[in-house]
Design a protein around this ligand. Structure first.
Ligand code: GAP
Length: 514
């Protein structure tokens, strides 16, 4: 995949719609910006992704438990967490195009362009020198690479300082100095930079005059923090332990584009791991490693992931990084791993007046634990799988096919049962196979159209196996099993199908590798 592939993103969006993965929300009314609905195959893939995460967290770690908290929380929660005062994005408008942007993202995109120049330079040299290429030496000596690298560092440093000090004037200055133009119109006619709070609010109560302003949660994490003691006590948990949660979060994103990558309503899978103060950075390293391994097991390509250390630490963190994935738009954040210190629990203690501490029986004292958080956007993970899996192939006979190469344990439909022809009792035989397999696997029985077209339909939705029932099946109880990616067919007996499918398609196949 090239560094930025807009064409691929367009193809993925249209494939996702055509094959029932993702639809624009309320499409009959022309949609609602940055909101999407998951279709019949999308929801299956999403559920499998949730299960892979949940089981890796809660089933495999005896010291991690899961909860499910409300989207609405007491409004003081968001005062304590700092979201009311500090959950802002710096926005800037272009006076000519009337388009609104995040000032920091405009600058980051500029940095990405320079980084992409560096990568092109490295790729060119690697091609030129072949096996003799020493990438490290090239990166540290080539004048053009060094010059661009220093530009990147300089811009990042100024961006970091401007964000940390809240100096919006400096952000504007940086945009002007870098000559950043509106990506759509090319205009450089910008307004001043302003702060914009990302939380959605609504009113609780039926009468406007008695109502309280409440927020739709912008992260699921706070539901975990406010339940820290409930879970610790009722679950008899001892430090270190974790609480996991999957749920919706809402942010009034200024720029909401790039399909399901940045939405206003999205889903997070977050885990807060409570540790002894002073041990947080060692746990932070362990969780970085564990999470990267979890991603790598999906088999989307080792080189498609990288760590990216945060330049601007959030108000609650003493270390933070992203796991970035190579999306069609380039390397972008997929998951955040944050060492959140004792900021949240202490703030909730202060605002609620309740103690949120752990009594350590060994040390015979109570303390407020420190927290390592892993936070992944489910929709971004979904996009990673879809954009990585989307493959157009030209076959030996000159025909083409589009295959969604999803890992078999995550595929929406595990097997399609296809009678070669819709007569001679083959459909009835297929139905009897379906009736056995359906208790363990989501299968489809498809009788319409020629067999080749039915294979293509299953390839497009990522079904790993097609089971073809032919006349020989009636004689010897065997079927052909066609594998999606290789298109290889093997003859197997019907009795073997449950075992074969469960070996190749069960989630535990992934979990065992962790
Ligand atoms: N509790 C920490 C937290 O919320 P974050 O980095 O703001 O941290 C965590 O968000 C993850 O949520 C991100 O890595 C991303 O995958 C996902 N995410 C954040 N904003 C999103 C949006 N507008 N649309 C889709 N996913 C989003």
């Amino acid at each position: 995949m090239s560094q930025v592939d807009d064409n691929l993103l367009k193809k993925v969006i249209s494939h996702a719609k055509e094959y029932g993965f993702v639809f624009p929300s309320s499409e009959i009314y022309d949609g609602l910006s940055a909101t999407y609905d998951y279709g019949q195959y999308g929801v299956e893939l999403k559920n499998h992704l949730k299960a892979y995460w949940w089981e890796a967290m809660v089933k495999l770690n005896p010291n991690i438990v899961g909860i499910d908290t409300a989207i609405f929380m007491h409004p003081t929660t968001w005062k304590a967490s700092g979201h009311v005062d500090a959950f802002n994005d710096p926005l800037i408008d272009n006076k000519d195009s009337k388009k609104r942007y995040r000032a920091d993202v405009l600058i980051e995109d500029q940095v990405a362009k320079i980084e992409s120049k560096i990568e092109k330079e490295v790729a060119k040299a690697a091609k030129r020198f072949g096996d003799d290429f020493d990438e490290k030496q090239f990166r540290t000596t080539n004048p053009r690479v060094l010059q661009n690298q220093s530009k990147v560092e300089n811009i990042n440093q100024r961006l970091k300082e401007a964000i940390e000090s809240g100096n919006l004037g400096d952000l504007k200055l940086l945009i002007e100095e870098l000559g950043i133009a509106d990506p759509l119109s090319g205009s450089r006619n910008w307004t001043e930079v302003r702060q914009f709070n990302l939380m959605f609010s609504t009113e609780l109560g039926s009468l406007a005059e008695d109502s309280d302003l409440i927020y739709l949660r912008p992260e699921t994490a706070q539901g975990i923090f406010v339940n820290f003691l409930n879970v610790q006590k009722t679950g008899r948990m001892r430090i270190p332990f974790g609480i996991a949660q999957i749920g919706k979060a809402f942010r009034n994103e200024i720029i909401a584009r790039q399909f399901i990558f940045r939405m206003r309503e999205f889903e997070q899978m977050e885990m807060q791991f409570f540790v002894k103060p002073g041990e947080e950075l060692s746990w932070y390293e362990q969780w970085k490693e564990k999470r990267m391994k979890w991603h790598q097991i999906l088999g989307l390509g080792e080189n498609n992931y990288r760590f990216y250390d945060h330049l601007n630490l959030a108000h609650y963190a003493n270390a933070a990084c992203d796991i970035q994935f190579r999306f069609p738009m380039g390397f972008k954040e997929l998951e955040g791993i944050h060492s959140r210190t004792d900021f949240d629990l202490k703030a909730h203690e202060e605002y609620s007046g309740k103690k949120l501490q752990f009594f350590d029986p060994q040390e015979e004292k109570s303390y407020v634990p420190f927290v390592i958080e892993t936070s992944i956007g489910l929709d971004r993970l979904f996009l990673a799988l879809l954009s990585n899996g989307y493959t157009e192939e030209t076959l030996e006979d000159g025909s083409s096919r589009t295959v969604m190469k999803l890992p078999a344990p995550l595929a929406p439909i595990k097997a399609a049962i296809l009678p070669l022809v819709n007569k001679d009792g083959l459909t009835e035989k297929s139905q009897s196979i379906f009736d056995v397999l359906r208790f363990d696997f989501l299968c489809q029985l498809d009788v319409k159209d020629a067999i080749g077209r039915r294979y293509r339909r299953q390839d497009a939705i990522g079904t790993p196996y097609c089971i073809t029932v032919d006349h020989q099946t009636l004689e010897d109880e065997t079927v052909t099993l066609r594998e999606r990616d290789s298109m290889q067919q093997e003859r197997v007996s019907i009795d073997q199908l449950p075992q074969i499918l469960s070996e190749r398609c069960s989630l535990s196949r992934l979990l065992r590798q962790l």
